[in-house]
Design a protein. Sequence first.
Length: 242
Amino acid sequence: MKSTFASLSALVLLASSAYSKTVFSAFSVNGVYQGLGVGVRVPTSNNPITDLTSDNLICNTGFEQPVSDVVVKVPAGSSVTASFHHTSAGYVGPDPADPIDPTDKGPLTAYLAAVPSATQTDVTGLKWFKIWQDGFTVPGYQWGSDRLFINGGNATFTIPSCIASGQYLLRVEDISLQMASSSPGAQFFMSCAQIEVTGGGTATPQTVSIPGVYTASSPGIIVPNVYAVESYTVPGPAVFTC
Ligand SMILES: *[C@@H]1O[C@H](CO)[C@@H](O)[C@H](O)[C@H]1NC(C)=O
């Protein structure tokens, strides 16, 4: 009886934490908060994308309407803070699973793609480069997701000072790995922000395609036990630096 109860509770626990849930819904530029959904294509659902070949892996799908038509000016070299919360509603009060269930573990990444217009609907075929990642650190045995939780959902990184001025999509992503012992299993949570980089330079970063950048055989996509990791390679290309 006791063991039946124990395994039942384990099952319930597994079921409830099988999907982490988090949404990137707002951002700040040099500490100036832009507002919920302002310049961000916010998905209505906080469910993960798990298909590595899906176009939904680019900027998510099923957006809050109307989608923002704002393009936020971001000086090259400035600090951007992406804010994640449990649902698309942003922060709505104390919630043990806000910004993310703390038992959900994995890295975060940020990518940029130059676009003719940051409000364009079509996001296929873009060329992305990675500007930031937060993986697993020893000592501390902390994941990027742990730091996201500690920082109240804020992920802060720098827009490279040397990239060309112009319009970009900024894709910020949390990857949850507690179901990633096989593929598909890794859970991807991302939104795209609409920005215009000003005062940039002439660098031409090497780019990757999304989808395509992650496959079942990429390092960091299959993780046998996320709670027993000793070292970890964040999937995708190296971070571009000036
Ligand atoms: C997260 O960022 C928002 C917007 O910049 C800020 O108001 C809030 O204080 C930050 N939270 C933490 C825990 O740093």
